[in-house]
Design a binder for this molecule. Structure first.
Ligand code: 4NP
Length: 149
């Protein structure tokens, strides 16, 4: 059975594209791609159609992952019925998702939940913020994948 997972942040240009790329790479490494449907989106619409932030593209490339082909989109109401799991990068986005989609069938939860913590928004910071996001997204993706395999 296919497991569908949607990674969500605010703009869908920094954190969730990295999470999508890292999770996809992990699933490919483990040879279980055919069991997953993976996507990302933002609660905001400002960057609809944009490629990921160059700093996210760069940090992904440093670890051998190409996310340059992704394009940002806003979360849609159908997502709450179409995805099995929707993973919020931080508590603000978790609150927005629960408000928008609480009636849908998707399980909506914080991406990092052991222990629960946010992936900090790196948009207005320096390159260190993107390194930190990569590290958190990598370990969170491993934990999440192990929890469902
Ligand atoms: P993201 O980062 O939510 O990780 O994609 C942001 C990108 C853009 C904005 C905020 C956060 N913005 O305000 O445009």
């Amino acid at each position: 059975m296919t497991h569908s997972v949607l990674f969500v942040c605010l703009g869908n240009i920094c954190r969730s594209p990295l999470a999508e790329g890292v999770f996809r790479a992990l699933v490919e490494e483990k040879g279980v791609s055919d069991r997953f449907l993976i996507d990302s989106a933002g609660t905001g619409a400002w960057h609809e159609g944009d490629p990921p932030d160059p700093r996210s593209i760069e940090i992904a490339a440093k670890f051998g992952i190409d996310i340059s082909g992704q394009r940002a989109r806003q979360v849609r109401s159908e997502d709450f019925g179409n995805f099995d799991t929707i993973l919020a990068m931080d508590n603000d986005n978790l609150t927005t998702l629960r408000r928008k989609g609480g009636q849908g069938s998707a399980e909506i939860r914080l991406f990092l939940n052991m222990p629960p913590m946010s992936v900090p928004d790196p948009y207005y910071g320096g390159p260190d913020g993107f390194e930190n996001v990569y590290r958190l997204v990598r370990s969170g993706s491993e934990t999440y994948l192990n929890s469902i395999l």
